[in-house]
Design a protein around this ligand. Sequence first.
Ligand code: ARG
Ligand code: ZN
Length: 480
Amino acid sequence: MLHENKCKWCSIVVAAALGIIATQLPIADSNKLLPQMMDYKEWTVLEITLENTEQKNLDILQLENQDIRPMGSPSTPYVSRIAVSPKKLKEVKKELNDHRLSFKILTTDLSRELLPTVAASREELAHGSSTYDRYMTFKEMENHIDALSTHLPNKVKHKVKGKTLEGHDIHLVTVSDYTIDEDKSVIFVEGGIHAREWISPAAAMNLIDHLVESPALTKHIEWHIMPVVNPDGYVYSKSWDRLWRKNRSGTWFFFCTGVDLNRNFGFHWAGDGASTNPCKQNYAGESQFSEKESKAVRDAVLEVKDRIEAYVTFHSYGQYIMYPWGHTVKTQHENHESLDKVGQAMAKAILTAEGKRYKVGPAGKVLYVASGASDDWVANVTGAPYIYTIELRDDGSYGFILPETKIQAGVNDAWVAMQVIAKEVMDQSNLRTTIPEDDPADLPAEPKKRRRRGCKGKIHNGKKRKRCRRTKNKDYVINH
Ligand code: ARG
Ligand code: ZN
């Protein structure tokens, strides 16, 4: 009797444990055992209306397992989408009802939406060339980078800043007129940190293609571009699971894979809007900069830390131009005004050129609070005046699954925005947060950052341009 009872308890405990594991198990990882493409047949996409920030952080919206995939928020504030397997649909609907969340059904068969919306031609690329008629493979992008740096050695240089767990290279492409020997301002651009946001690496590659033909923008600016920060994720999203977001790192919880690289940076790491649960889509990782990909970005940024005037990271979707801070809504960035002004100028230029409306504002306010992201870390460590996260197209009709026919227009948005920033950097590159370097007597009573306009030494557009001294005493590992 006693024995029977014990066993009953045993089985309850075991069943409960298995239950927990089962709810956390991402299908993606059963692929490790038996490779097969993730099939979203009869998965329902729900669009949930949220009334407050707490609801935005609800567990059910963050969980990424074999039955639930978070699908982001469209440009309407307080709306979130999740894809749910047919097996879990009833349960999820009940949970939403229990939380008094209203929702509508967008589709009852996600696999239909995922069918590639193929552009006219699917021709194989000539080795080394690029296309924006379809999403390039990682290999095609690598070949293109290689071809550019080989054929245009005075304009394009290429370095590998790291290797991923799966052995992919993390590329850094620099574009500049290298026949002009000067200490140039740097605009740093990062793409493809989130695997499923395919328009992002496309925008970064397209930027490179434009820059090699834009002498005016490369004369006094050195562009540092990391087009695919998360190649393992990109390749995985292309071959196995279209909706994969994170990298492909193993975690302490065997069944859940991947770190959200845009929660892995060392500023307010694992704070609000990031998770310590490896089964969440916004898992921050085991420690700050635990990942090879975020380390590669960190190292590439630190190498040119004192010259960075602007930093832009491309994401999708929602059509937002966002600036720091993103980890909090409580403090305003000290450059808020100029960040907003240039952000609005970018949005206006996109609207004029491409007819799409982008919302502008601090990341934490216009989208959601997220800590450990690259934008805030760069803002903190470099003090660069222009830092933006651009959520490219669309407004949510297709979301992450932006059809190939819309790539060209989508990457144009990015190009238009980057030209606005470049112009601003050229006009204002002496607008910079600094702390006096050499003379302690220069230090303000409170060691506060201040903006200098009077700097010296740089020739630009024929005029002598003043160059700023750089931020000092800003250790990138310091969390505030
Ligand atoms: N969609 C981006 C992400 O989730 C937004 C990041 C904006 N930046 C921020 N620091 N919150 O990573
Ligand atoms: Zn993203």
